[in-house]
Design a protein around this ligand. Structure first.
Ligand code: WT7
Length: 655
């Protein structure tokens, strides 16, 4: 068989469809079936979702109203009562799945652990009882700052079980960033570990928690610490407790609290264009249903599958597609602590081989890292168990797609390119394998029940292959409900960017896109000041604020520049205050400052010192010009609104 070249795939707009046998056994068996399903759902979305809710979830009490839509506020399954931890655990215990592996965990040093549904249920109940013992009540927020260990999932499910919304903060965020999030959420309890393993070193998480709390988080009265790495760890008497100590005396029974459909399930912070990160609020029933059904159809999930999503639980991907979606379906979900690293370039493929992973879901940035490490690593492992591959986080570049398809998927496995966001809760535009043929680089078609379009700023659909804004035109069950504590920001950011007209509201995703002649969506990337570094979303404003909080910085402007490995790299243009030397030392200092304000993921790749920044006459920094400069491109487009043209010449000459 000849290898597909990027050129041939793109030129022929080659469609990929797995063999007939795959489709025959799939949940959705043909394009025709997808289309019928899509049309049925579009004709009456609430009816479509109600039927699925009835069939797929356990309810303590059935809802009265499927959808109450008072734009921009949607309420789903109003009057109903359910519990996502019950749906993820208890209901499987009365079936053969009781002793099925729910969670298979592999630590970076090579230690491992498997929890069956019965075992996971027991540990979740124990922790739910521990939380109660620590004074946590329904509605109280709990901060989770953990490595990728089973206890992270156990903590989340225990929160859900008693109705205490969690806010998981990615372990790569700094103490300062953690503090901001704990303060905003007014967390009562923080759950962490002494440390976690990352790239052969210990990340001292508890130390960061101590720092965050020193800076003042008055709402926190207890810290629960998992012993993971075993190094010497300070424990504040009266405040800090070892997880294993409290677990030892906790009962393994704790009934799941019946939750109202719209009770808050979690807050997850994400970067936006302006100001501090927003607390994206998700609620119980709609989120449960949507992550459940998207996991089932998009990954064509079967009971025989071993499913592995490589994300961190600190991101929405980990919430929806490591923990809630797979467990709600009674699947076996794999959790891996390690990251791709030079000391073990085959680590991912070892996990696939060891557990016989059948569905593998990762990000383009990881694929690019593996391309760089060489294909002999995956080739030396047995990857024949794989049947579906997935990608998420940024548009996948053709090189990465072809490599993934050829080297990992052996030209046999469909690749589901899933477009979605923290705000959407679950997959919005995605292939359904076996039914929707794929084109490399396209997320293909909307999930049934999702009314998506590419429009201009007046809400008018743009023509075929014309660029525009990706918008969603009907509420869906797992849509974010609000920005925590700031409903106004929610309305402005997402629902007024494209003004509503004639009662039609447009959810503005912040992405540019086009639709091709077959209706397929091609997502082009952010149209706002959000940049994506290794698939991690960062607001340019956030990094600028971090920079100007340093006394040496007068002004800062941050842009992304194309980066082969990370997608985008951060370039900061900085003017310094009088009395400071713009040089290597300050360069280092400022990079370190950003790391301690936000985290290593926000470290600028490059700082360019400059006397002045290019601004419009009204004083707005012209980031477009800076983007051109950072990428080493010619300055494109209009520069007539520039206040002082000499600024540009100086920047160009590097003066
Ligand atoms: C942004 C959302 C959703 C989990 C990971 C990121 C970009 C995400 C794709 C894709 C092209 C994608 C978008 C989106 N994005 N998936 N398949 N193709 N772009 O979640 O941090 O909320 O970021 O990631 O720009 O708006 P997030």
């Amino acid at each position: 068989m000849s290898q597909p070249t990027i050129e041939s795939i793109l030129k022929e707009k080659r469609l990929f469809q797995p063999g007939a046998e795959f489709s025959q056994n799939a949940h959705i068996k043909s394009l025709d079936e997808y289309q019928r399903l899509y049309e049925k759902a579009a004709a009456d979305p609430p009816k479509f979702w109600a039927e699925l809710a009835e069939k797929e979830l356990h309810w303590f009490k059935k809802w009265d109203t499927v959808l109450d839509w008072q734009p921009p506020n949607a309420k789903w399954f109003v009057g109903g009562q359910t519990n996502i931890a019950y749906n993820c655990l208890d209901r499987h215990l009365t079936t053969w799945r009781k002793n099925k592996a729910a969670l298979i965990w592999e630590g970076e040093p090579g230690d491992s652990r498997t929890l069956t549904y019965a075992q996971l249920h027991r540990e979740v109940c124990q922790m739910a009882n521990v939380f109660k013992q620590l004074g946590v009540k329904k509605g109280d927020r709990i901060g989770i700052y953990m490595p990728m260990i089973p206890e992270a999932a156990i903590a989340m499910l225990a929160c859900a079980r008693i109705g205490a919304p969690h806010t998981v903060v990615f372990g790569g965020f700094s103490a300062e960033a953690l503090k901001d999030r704990l303060v905003d959420a007014e967390a009562k309890l923080v759950i962490t570990a002494d440390g976690g393993w990352r790239k052969d070193a210990i990340v001292p998480l508890k130390e960061q928690v101590d720092k965050a709390l020193e800076h003042g988080v008055p709402s926190v009265d207890n810290v629960l610490v998992v012993q993971r790495t075993g190094q010497n760890t300070h424990m504040e008497p009266g405040r800090d407790h070892w997880w294993h100590d409290l677990q030892a005396n906790a009962s393994g029974e704790c009934p799941a609290e019946p939750m109202e459909s719209e009770d808050m399930l979690f807050i997850l912070y994400t970067s936006g264009t302006t100001g501090k990160p927003k607390g994206v609020v998700h609620t119980t029933a709609g989120y449960n249903l949507y992550t459940h059904i998207t996991t089932q159809w998009t990954f064509d999930l079967k009971d025989t599958d071993v499913y592995w999503c490589t994300a961190d639980v600190g991101w929405i991907t980990g919430h929806s597609y490591i923990v809630y979606g797979p467990l709600s379906n009674g699947a076996t979900t794999v959790m891996y602590e390690g990251a791709p690293r030079s000391s073990n370039p085959g680590c991912f493929w070892d996990v696939v081989e060891k557990y016989g992973v059948t569905i593998f879901y990762t990000a383009p940035t990881a694929i690019r890292a593996f391309i760089k490490m060489g294909e002999h690593h995956p080739k030396a492992r047995n990857l024949s168990s794989l049947r579906i591959l997935g990608t998420v986080g940024e548009p996948i570049n053709p090189e990465a797609w072809v490599w993934y398809h050829r080297v990992i998927g052996k030209e046999r496995c469909p690749i589901v390119d899933t477009w979605w966001q923290t705000e959407t809760g679950g997959f919005m535009i995605t292939p359904i394998p076996g039914a929707i043929p794929t084109k490399p680089g396209s997320a293909t078609l909307p999930f049934p029940g999702i009314i998506a379009d590419v429009v201009d700023l007046d809400g008018n659909p743009v023509g075929e292959n014309q660029g525009g804004y990706l918008a969603i035109k009907h509420p869906w069950p797992s849509m974010m409900r609000t920005v925590y504590g700031d409903p106004d920001r929610f309305r402005r950011t997402y629902w007024e960017h494209i003004p509503p007209k004639d009662g039609q509201y447009f959810y503005f995703a912040g992405d540019g896109a086009r639709r091709d002649e077959t209706g397929y969506f091609w997502v082009m990337g952010r149209v706002d000041d959000v940049i994506s570094v290794s698939g991690h979303r960062l607001g340019t404003m956030e990094i600028e604020s971090a920079l100007v909080s340093h006394p040496a910085v007068a002004e800062a402007a941050v842009v992304g520049k194309p980066d082969e490995l990370r997608g985008e790299a951060i370039v900061a243009f900085v003017s310094v205050e009088e009395g400071y030397d713009a040089g290597d030392e300050l360069d280092k200092l400022l990079k370190q400052h950003v790391v301690s304000e936000i985290g290593a993921l926000a470290r600028p790749a490059e700082i360019r010192f400059t006397d002045d920044l290019p601004k419009t006459r009204s004083g707005k920094i012209m980031r477009r010009l800076l983007r051109n400069l950072a990428a080493g491109q010619e300055i494109a487009g209009d520069t007539s609104t520039l206040q002082d043209r000499s600024v540009l010449d100086k920047l160009r000459s590097g003066a």
